[in-house]
Design a protein around this ligand. Structure first.
Ligand code: PEP
Ligand code: MG
Length: 555
């Protein structure tokens, strides 16, 4: 049979272009039937305990191989499989005549429901329990465990979506690209792919037809998946991939549009270690230093001296260049034990970011002092900004406190629609603003950025988000003050051009994204970027906005 070429579409992540062979991740197992057991309880219990302990062992072994954060994730999952309360629950069900697989399913579901009702962090971990349950049930039934297929040759991974336990284990030398049928542009999978520079297409309808061994062409920039591509298409795609790689390799240096207009291209970091990658990627400085990442495990607030040393280690790598330090953004997705209120029902709408800092003013003052001292001892151009600013009054208070300790350039993040709409007044007080599109999107569409079930809404291409960014861009143009973007949106090369057209003057992103964004923006003039921004703004939804702009990118 001759396989004919077929093109499927989804949301592309990055600009990668890859030709490879498909390996499918097994779909989640169906719910085990409620049929009564035909075995003795002792036999059923033996099936369950063997599978539980083998799963825990397997997860630990995978953790050993992966190391680092992945090991922590996998060890935590292994503990779930080893849990004595859970085993007790399974045993009771088996003794009542239920099969091993159904008992495991029900016991895990009961535990997950308890965790979900606890809310917050516990609720987010409930999904992991389902993942562990599936692994145990697969073992009981003797079928392929859900999870990334093992292979020594490169492949394109096709899955419904990836669980954290899967992504923690991806071998980036073997997995060439990711294709998922579920998930949106800010799903866990998309964020991971962006961070690692792995081409991906998420939300591909029709990818169910793919089988192991199918040849596919993954064009992330176009969001296109060509199944059984013709030899000519493969040849021209590989030539284009080479051309893109060559363009990337020659893009060192500052961000510059086709007409010579300059756009600073900066990096997002969370530590002095990640600053090394930023230097290697030719970042023109740091546009977002997430200081809370330094202290996620601290039970108590770090001293001025400890902080000063941490900041100095970053500043020394950027002599003469800009480093934008964000004061601690605690709460919601990044709780800090010494700053975060426990038990808020909706932490994303609670005392997070600057609100938590104003409630613990001495912590804020200490941090500003530490930044100011480290800056005074370095030649870096240090700017400081506050997260989650919602009002002009908060801006005044923050800028005032910065001035008191001698910080000369003080700005705020625009992450809440209210501050986007009041950007003109905010810029009468602040020296600059930086738009956090991750939060700005979640608050504009009222969709929790951590919740997979609403991830489709978490799309910065939404014209509503773009309108808010235009407000900020216009306020920047009128005041002559800098307007940056430091959310994920800046790392999307096509959206980066639109952001420039909306009045943004600098873009900050994970270091890996810099080369692509640098290459892409250099193809357009400011006038063209403005036209593309107009096209995106006049769309009715995210998909139309993307489509309205993408034509210009294929030329
Ligand atoms: C943002 O919200 O876009 C942002 C850059 O901040 P964070 O992702 O750290 O909340
Ligand atoms: Mg934010």
């Amino acid at each position: 049979m001759i396989n004919t070429e077929k093109t499927l579409t989804g949301v592309g992540v990055g600009r990668g272009l890859v030709v490879g062979s498909v390996r499918r991740m097994p779909d989640p197992l169906p719910e085990p039937a409620r049929t009564p057991s035909a075995m003795t309880p002792a036999d059923e219990l033996a099936r369950a305990t063997t599978a539980l302990s083998a799963t825990a062992k397997d997860l630990r072994a995978r953790g050993e191989v992966a190391g680092g954060v992945a090991k922590e994730v996998l060890d935590a999952l292994a503990l779930m499989a080893d849990d004595t309360m859970l085993l007790k629950n399974v045993t009771t069900r088996i003794e009542a005549g239920t099969t091993a697989e159904r008992s495991v399913f029900e016991a895990f579901a009961e535990f997950a429901a308890i965790m979900e009702s606890a809310g917050g962090y516990m609720a987010e971990r409930a999904g992991d329990l389902g993942d562990v349950a599936n692994r145990v049930i697969a073992r009981i039934l003797g079928v392929s465990a859900p999870g990334v297929p093992q292979s020594t040759t490169p492949f394109v991974l096709v899955a419904r979506d990836l669980a954290p336990a899967d992504t923690a284990l991806l071998d980036f030398d073997i997995v060439q690209a990711l294709v998922t049928t579920d998930g949106g542009p800010t799903s866990h999978t998309a964020i991971l792919a962006r961070e690692k520079g792995l081409p991906a297409i998420v939300g591909v309808h029709g990818a169910e037809i793919l089988v192991d061994g199918d040849t596919v062409l993954v064009d992330a920039r176009q969001g296109e998946l060509v199944v059984h591509p013709s030899a000519e298409r493969v040849e021209s795609a590989l030539a284009e991939a080479d051309a893109r790689a060559a363009a990337r390799a020659t893009t060192a240096g500052p961000g510059i549009l086709a007409d010579g207009h300059k756009i600073s291209l900066l990096a997002n970091i969370g530590s002095a270690t990640s600053a090394v990658a930023a230097v290697a990627a030719h970042a023109e400085g740091i546009g977002l230093f997430r200081t809370e990442f330094l202290f996620l495990d601290s039970e108590t607030a770090p001293s001025v001296d400890v902080q000063q040393a941490e900041y100095a280690a970053v500043f020394e790598q950027f002599g003469g260049q800009k480093v934008v330090v964000r004061v601690l953004d605690a709460g919601a997705d990044k709780p800090l034990p010494f700053l975060t209120d426990e038990g808020e029902e909706n932490p994303a709408l609670g005392r997070r970011g600057i609100r938590a800092l104003f409630a613990h003013e001495e912590i804020l003052r200490n941090q500003l002092t530490a930044i100011s001292r480290a800056a005074a001892a370095s030649s870096a151009e240090v700017w400081v900004m506050a997260p989650m600013i919602a009002t002009v009054d908060e801006t005044e208070m923050f800028v005032g406190m910065c001035r008191e300790v001698g910080i000369s350039t003080a700005g705020v993040m625009i992450e809440v629609p209210s501050s986007a709409l009041l950007a003109d007044r905010i810029l009468e007080v602040a020296d600059f603003v930086s738009i956090g599109t991750n939060d700005l999107t979640q608050y504009t569409v009222a969709a929790d950025r951590l919740l997979g079930s609403v991830s489709e809404l978490q799309d910065p291409w939404n014209p509503a988000v773009l309108r808010l960014i235009r407000e900020v861009g216009q306020a920047g143009e009128q005041s002559g003050k800098p307007v940056g973007v430091c959310g994920e949106a800046a790392a999307d090369p096509m959206l980066a051009v639109v952001l420039i057209g909306l009045g943004v003057t600098s873009l900050s992103m994970s270091s890996i994204a810099l080369a692509d964004v640098r290459a892409e923006i250099s193809r357009f003039t400011l006038v063209e970027a403005r036209k593309l921004a107009e096209r995106a703004l006049s769309a009715r939804n995210s998909a139309e906005a993307r489509a309205a702009v993408s034509g210009a990118f294929t030329q």
